[in-house]
Design a protein around this ligand. Structure first.
Ligand SMILES: Cc1ncc(COP(=O)(O)O)c(C=O)c1O
Length: 486
């Protein structure tokens, strides 16, 4: 046996929880994304958390929280028994190759066929569509952009929408119009144009101004998730589809967050009358256990990029790997067997009406609530009501949402910040969360609102040492941190 590097951590030590919470935080601060962990540490949210049930997590002190976080990538909660039992079976019995890059694979074949058949049931024009697998949402978007560009090679523009979120690799980042994420990386991929979300006339004007033949893709989220759960006006998506079809512009529906049941439908774009040419999927396919991304593409577009001798033009090492495909297959099967889109719609209706009641009771805390299925948003009234310069206003929005996130945590609810909407906190519980757990989750959100009927209370109830540290964190340049800082 060769010598281990000093301090090497054994798998068995991690598996048997030999690393204390304090040690985990120290290692993360020293070797990982230190600033993010530090910020979460100041808020008391950095964990590590352990699973109690698929829906409940506890910290090292045994304090429990219902998990409505996970950025919509935990469709069945933490380590769902149906998936882990199948993974045991897979690991015991599977004989198919692990990474079948240059050969066919039964797991990949089955998932390709199932995804296309599921889509074609909703949108029959996709009966002969084809799938390309990858390992994240942003990579699925990169693939979609390349497919569309290869199909219209002379076109130079891709249109996305205000407040969109498509990921953070360079292509998808170029279509995520958020200066906070984009600015330092300029120049980005050229030709990205932004049109206001939900405004069909504005889109028509942009297409007319650029010239339809110069556009290789319109990329749209059927409901914007990271943008704060923005539901477009009726007719926007179907109208968008009609304009693009008239001009032959490929439409990419980014269903990474909305797809496969989260919003109460298998494909939210189809439910809103859009028949896109490319569809990206990711989050729920991996069942919270592994990474699976997919780009589903109409055959003529697929074949242009990956036809004949060009079939290696787009590739990756891990996409289509046996474990990822097997988990993806099981995830899809579980969603179908339990009709989770319907369940998401039903639970979501209860959740949204409870949030609407809170909005009516506590307008000084909640500026708005939104939701569809189990994609629910609370938009907070800024803590400071005075007119402020734009930059300060952004800081106040963000601070309000961050303090709300902290208070929700303390009240036993893990929630998500929204990456492209500073004032919004989202709830994305598991689609199969039992009704009584979901009711407790909503009771806790209500208790949180009762304790903070006015958003100013968020500030007043936060211990001064937390606000001081947060302010110092926001105002100082990154430096080496220690756990005691957090
Ligand atoms: C709509 C949408 N597209 C793309 C992405 C990027 O996915 P990933 O984080 O897996 O790269 C996300 C992630 O939140 C998303 O919500």
């Amino acid at each position: 046996m060769s010598a281990l590097p000093s301090g090497f951590i054994r798998t068995q030590d991690v598996l048997h929880e030999q690393l204390s919470g304090q040690r985990v935080r120290e290692l993360e601060l020293q070797y990982g994304n230190e600033e993010l962990l530090y910020g979460l540490g100041v808020l008391g949210l950095s964990g590590p958390f352990s699973r109690v049930t698929p829906w409940e997590l506890e910290d090292e002190h045994g304090v429990r929280r219902i998990n409505a976080s996970g950025y919509a990538a935990m469709p069945f909660g933490e380590m769902p028994p149906a998936i882990t039992a199948f993974m045991h079976e897979f690991l015991t019995h599977n004989r198919a190759m692990g990474l079948p890059q240059q050969s066919s694979s039964p797991w990949r074949a089955a998932l390709e066929a199932n995804l296309v058949r599921l889509l074609a049931r909703e949108l029959p024009s996709h009966a002969d569509s084809q799938v390309f697998f990858c390992s994240s949402g942003t990579e699925a978007i990169e693939g979609a952009l390349k497919f569309a560009k290869a199909y219209r090679p002379r076109a130079k523009y891709a249109i996305s929408f205000g407040s969109a979120y498509h990921g953070k690799t360079l292509g998808s980042l170029s279509l995520t119009p958020n200066p906070e994420y984009q600015d330092i990386f300029r120049p980005l991929v050229p030709g990205a144009v932004t049109s206001p979300y939900g405004d069909l006339d504005a889109l028509k004007r942009v297409i007319r101004r650029l010239g339809p033949d110069t556009i290789y893709a319109v990329v749209v989220e059927p409901i914007q998730g990271e943008g704060g759960v923005n539901i477009p006006p009726a007719g926007f998506l179907s109208g968008l589809g009609e304009i693009c079809r008239r001009h032959g512009i490929p439409v990419i529906a980014d269903e990474i967050q909305t797809g496969l049941g989260r919003t109460g439908h298998w494909f939210e774009s189809a439910a809103q009358g859009l028949d896109p040419d490319l569809i990206t999927l990711a989050k729920p396919l991996g069942a919270g256990m592994t990474a699976v991304g997919a780009t589903i593409v109409r055959a003529p577009i697929y074949k242009t990029m990956l036809g004949g001798l060009s079939s290696k033009r787009h590739s990756n090492t891990f996409g289509g790997g046996a474990l990822a495909m097997a988990v993806g297959l099981k995830s899809l099967e579980y969603l179908i067997d339990n009709d989770l889109p319907t369940r998401s719609r039903e639970l979501g209706e209860i959740g949204l009406s409870r949030l609407q009641a809170l909005h009516r009771r506590f307008p000084q805390l909640l500026e708005a609530v939104r939701g569809q299925g189990l994609l629910l948003a609370l938009q907070f009234r800024p803590m400071v009501g005075l007119p402020l310069p734009a930059m300060l206003r952004e800081i106040v929005f963000e601070a309000t949402a961050i303090l709300a996130l902290r208070e929700l945590h303390l009240g036993g609810v893990m929630a998500n910040l929204s990456l492209s909407s500073k004032r919004t906190v989202r709830l994305t519980p598991a689609l199969d969360m039992p009704a009584d757990v979901f009711a407790t989750l909503m009771d806790r959100v209500e208790a949180f609102a009762q304790t903070h009927p006015n958003s100013r209370d968020l500030l007043l109830r936060t211990p001064p040492q937390v606000t001081t540290r947060l302010a110092a964190f926001a105002a100082t340049k990154p430096k080496k941190r220690t756990p005691s800082d957090g």
